[in-house]
Design a protein around this ligand. Sequence first.
Ligand SMILES: N[C@@H](CCC(=O)N[C@@H](CS)C(=O)NCC(=O)O)C(=O)O
Length: 205
Amino acid sequence: MLKLYYSPGACAMASHIALEEAGADYEVVAIDLKTGQQKTPEYLAINPAGVTPALVTDEGVLTENLVIMGYVAQTHPEAKLADNDSSFEFGKMQAFNGFLGSSLHPAIGRVLFARPPLEGEARDKALEMALAKYDLVEQHLLKGPWAMGEQYTVADGYLSVFTRWLRQANLLDASRFPKLNAHLDRVQERPAVQLVLSMEGLAPV
Ligand SMILES: N[C@@H](CCC(=O)N[C@@H](CS)C(=O)NCC(=O)O)C(=O)O
């Protein structure tokens, strides 16, 4: 059985949603980031980077949401969580996920989770840079109704993690981000997503 190490509400929710959407046989282990559980020797033995998610498989451990989501989509083709028939379309989805993981996530993470928190002009600048990444998704990358077009993919659960954070911070402005708002609502209507939220002790936002 697969085992996902996650932190409630954090980016690992994307991998959690992928597993639930796939109907995978999995269990979850919560890691408390606030108490630093991700830096304990026990967890570092699983993921030496000291971050969640980590997915334990029969073959070993996979890390990075992008990789875990791709693995789940490829090992559960019947769930159609990616275009597994076209390497090019699969690559396009992973390019979308790569942008979220390597560009948008660090940008918004700096604004919302920096310790000590950013203040004044430094925060304003960081926020401007982060919102520009959301603009790119709103205006160019999100095809609609789902991230990659007509078919729901793992990219949708991933995007919803970051739009959820923005909405919680009252920054997902309806006039600036109409498509992202509608997309988040659409994702949160999915039964698998609602189950993941309740498993993580959370509610739709
Ligand atoms: N690129 C990684 C990012 C993982 C990551 O930064 N996870 C955060 C939660 S969103 C974390 O565990 N942070 C704990 C820490 O930095 O101490 C991925 O997508 O898997």
